[in-house]
Design a protein around this ligand. Structure first.
Ligand SMILES: [Mg+2]
Length: 250
């Protein structure tokens, strides 16, 4: 039995953990909290509506990337010379929100929480001194739609998004600064934990001197993620107690 498992086993479910200091947990969305089924439909529709050309997100690997960079990569892969102006970017954002919202409403696209995630998020909400938010390459409008569809939005109303910066390295810092502004106090970087499913999540955490837990529920199996030496690594979030204990010890 691992140290994490032993500590979790010795900890009763009614024994709410007491953190040594405040912690901000910043979850990635896709592959970490949720899975999208046919998410390409509204994304491709928004490209067609905005730019009048048939771009296809299925031609690139979007995992760990931000939506602005994904859009550029789709055009580059298709050898399309598209000038993404501020005006067209605003139009794309509006079209993506409308298309995603419509696709979810009509059941063309489904967003489901990954196993154990709803239980984990609810449990973490009871831990005194622990705050939760998101750091995601999604635009804020689509992040909110996905969290809403997965029933997670009430617990995760703070974060940083692909609409804040095209560079994922900027996002953990932006989320931390938003939390500090909201709470009126400061956090040291090592009081923040980035939780994600790709090496890019780990890179963003390290760049900001934050800790990182990786989970093998996205494109990368846990054995591959462990190679990059995050602070901790998990196959999934099915065992809430182990994850909570891991956050205490990480
Ligand atoms: Mg992800």
């Amino acid at each position: 039995m691992s140290g994490f498992a032993r500590a979790a086993a010795s900890r009763g479910t009614s024994d709410r953990c007491k953190l040594r200091q405040t912690q901000l947990i910043l979850f990635d969305i896709d592959g970490t909290l949720t899975r999208s089924h046919n998410g390409f439909i509204p994304f491709n529709e928004a490209i067609l509506k905005t730019f009048g050309i048939p771009g296809d997100i299925r031609t690139v690997v979007p995992d760990g990337n931000t939506d602005p960079l994904i859009l550029e990569e789709i055009f580059a892969t298709a050898h399309l010379d598209v000038d993404i102006t501020e005006e067209s970017w605003q139009a794309f954002t509006k079209n993506l929100q409308e298309s995603y919202s419509h696709a979810i409403r009509e059941g063309l696209t489904r967003i489901t929480p990954l196993p154990g995630v709803p239980e984990l998020i609810k449990e973490l909400a009871t831990v005194k001194g622990l705050c939760q938010g998101v750091v995601t390459g999604n635009l804020e409008v689509t992040a909110q739609l996905k969290l809403d569809a997965a029933g997670l939005r009430p617990y995760l109303n703070l974060g940083a998004y692909g609409s804040d910066s095209r560079d994922r390295f900027d996002l953990p810092r932006i989320a931390k600064e938003r939390w500090e502004k909201k709470m009126g106090c400061s956090l040291a970087p090592d009081q923040c934990v980035v939780v994600g499913d790709t090496p890019k999540d780990l890179d963003a955490a390290r760049k900001n001197h934050m800790r990182c837990i990786l989970v093998g529920t996205g494109r990368y199996p846990v054995e591959e993620l462990a190679f990059f030496k995050p602070d901790a690594c998990l196959s999934d979030f099915k065992d809430t107690e182990i994850v909570v204990t891991m956050l205490e010890l990480t």
